[in-house]
Design a protein around this ligand. Structure first.
Ligand SMILES: [Zn+2]
Ligand SMILES: [Zn+2]
Length: 256
């Protein structure tokens, strides 16, 4: 079985047919999914999806795009309260996105640090979104060196992956690795040890080949795992087994 370590099942794209999406995942060998929160206003909605489906876990957090909408003064309390829910197994997604800069940089950084602090206080892993912000991401992590977590939907360089690995983080690959122009990223897949790797869809976005441009869904984690197997010259079963073990090691509040 494969785990989709990062999807957004509460998004509008799944509103009409979520039961089918979950069933299709199961039919394609996806045993578990982690549906990731991006705004506190949607936390309860995300949790209700995790309550409804036994094999779906969830997180609580504020995406760097949305950090401008939250008053950081009581954010740590709100995050902490939500983690009392038994299926909330992680904080995030949080991090820094200096490609879009939908929130100003200082605001993104302070929001990210609050998540890192909560992660240490609560002993929970942090799901990190990082784009065009390598240096600042590492600077933040250096302030919270014992952080457990993952660089999700990784699209950076091998050097940046190494910095994440040196911090003890996992690296999660998405459908981006299937894209024609992603030769460099496929080199990063080769570089990152399977023992430190997760796979994900980030659905409904970023559908892998051969579905590129269409709605993505957890079932398509399979294409990511298949390509990882091909790149590493190992079997799909091995990729599935090791990345699933990795998932439950990192998100150790999640029960199989
Ligand atoms: Zn993200
Ligand atoms: Zn995401």
């Amino acid at each position: 079985m494969i785990v989709d370590s990062h999807c957004h099942l509460n998004f509008l794209e799944f509103k009409e047919d979520l039961d089918n999406v979950i069933e299709n995942a199961r039919a394609n060998g996806i045993g578990h999914m982690l549906t990731v929160n991006t705004r506190l206003s949607e936390s309860l909605e995300v949790q209700s999806i995790a309550e409804k489906y036994a094999n779906v876990f969830c997180s609580v957090g504020v995406h760097p795009h949305d950090s401008k909408d939250y008053n950081n003064a009581n954010l740590i309390e709100q995050l902490t309260n939500h983690t009392n829910h038994p299926k909330v197994v992680a904080l995030g997604e949080t991090g820094l996105d200096f490609f879009y800069n939908n929130s100003d940089r200082d605001n993104q950084i302070s929001c990210f640090k609050i998540h890192l602090e909560a992660g240490l206080n609560l002993d929970l892993p942090v799901i990190i979104h990082t784009r065009n912000a390598d240096e600042d991401t590492i600077n933040c992590l250096n302030e919270y060196p014992n952080t457990k977590g993952v660089f999700h939907c990784f699209s950076g360089s091998s050097e940046f992956a190494k910095q994440g690995l040196d911090h003890g983080l996992y690296i999660s690959f998405s459908g981006i690795i299937t894209f024609k122009k992603a030769d460099e990223l496929r080199e990063v897949v080769k570089y990152v040890p399977l023992e430190n790797m997760l796979v994900e869809t980030d659905s409904p976005f970023l559908a892998p080949l051969p579905h590129r441009g269409k709605r993505n869904e957890p079932a398509f984690t399979r294409y990511v795992a298949e390509l990882v197997a091909q790149i590493k010259g190992i079997s799909l079963e091995e990729v599935a087994e090791v990345t699933t073990q990795n998932f439950f090691k990192l998100f150790n509040k999640a029960e199989r």
